[in-house]
Design a protein around this ligand. Structure first.
Ligand code: SF4
Length: 276
């Protein structure tokens, strides 16, 4: 633990951060039973896009998916993050707590994938709740089977990314299986956990009306899903792929038009979803 004491970096999800903890374990072999320390990309202190009210958003490192449109490939590996203590994160959070509460917000942990560092993020979420803050995570749900109900009890809202309803498209987008995400969505529904579903609209990749129909019909009966957010694909992360020597396959794909986005929102609404 020689590198304990590194500082949590304020900044933006759009900052490129690589190679900050070269001795970190691989994300698929991490054992963080204690969760006293973890690997973090950065945090934003005043987001209005990641849950209700004003939010501090903590971007943790480590992800097992490889989404072709990922904006933050510099969050895939623990070694690219900064090693910090959970207490350090909570100390930083406490300095914003009264402002976040006054503006009906709280803490959102995003990534990367929050559930790669389960003990670390659980400590932070539980600590935020002790401060009286609303807590949220953004997740693909891929590791949902790995967390117990105690983990979920420290979360007031789940922002669940459902990237496709079709297993083949899901695998093409993420490199992984769809089934764990749908299993996690059903579990959240069974426990009545407030959930916002997020869907990224990528022309030529996720925009097949049948794909959207499948997501809409899966979500519509789930009473815990308070809203569906349709997020237009953008290329703000392309420079990271290039800087990291990765092959970005969507260079020639343009973001969807406002009309395309509106039509997909309408499709979700027609199925009975509260879509934006
Ligand atoms: S799940 Fe999120 S962080 Fe992971 S590859 Fe996909 S978009 Fe990137």
């Amino acid at each position: 633990m020689s590198d304990v004491g590194h500082q949590l970096e304020a900044g933006s999800r759009h900052d490129l951060r690589v190679g900050l903890s070269p001795d970190a374990p691989d994300e698929d072999s991490l054992r963080d039973d204690e969760g006293a320390f973890g690997y973090v990309h950065s945090y934003e202190s005043s987001s209005r896009y990641d849950g209700p009210g004003l939010r501090m958003v903590l971007f943790v490192s480590g992800c097992l998916l490889r989404c072709t449109y990922c904006h933050n490939p510099d969050t895939w590996h623990l070694k690219d993050g900064t090693k910090v203590s959970a207490q350090h994160v909570l100390d930083r959070l406490s300095s914003f707590a009264s402002a976040l509460k006054a503006l009906n917000g709280g803490l959102t942990i995003s990534g990367g994938e929050v559930m790669v560092q389960r003990a670390f993020t659980q400590r932070i979420l539980a600590g935020a709740q002790r401060m009286g803050l609303h807590t949220a995570i953004e997740t693909s749900g891929f590791l949902g089977d790995k967390v117990d109900d105690r983990y979920l009890n420290a979360i007031d809202l789940v922002l669940l990314d459902i990237k496709s309803s079709n297993p083949d498209i899901y695998r093409r987008v993420t490199g992984r299986d769809l089934a764990p995400t749908l299993r996690f969505a059903r579990r959240l529904a069974d426990m009545g956990k407030p959930t916002w579903v997020r869907f990224t609209l990528v022309p030529g990749l996720t925009d097949d009306p049948l794909n959207i129909e499948g997501i809409a019909h899966f979500i519509a009966p789930l009473k815990n899903v308070e809203r569906v957010e349709v997020q237009p694909f953008h290329k703000l992360g392309e420079f990271k792929w290039k800087a990291m020597g990765l092959n970005y396959s969507l260079s020639t794909v343009e973001p969807p038009s406002p009309e395309q986005v509106a039509s997909v929102i309408q499709q979700f609404r027609a199925a009975g979803c509260n879509a934006y």
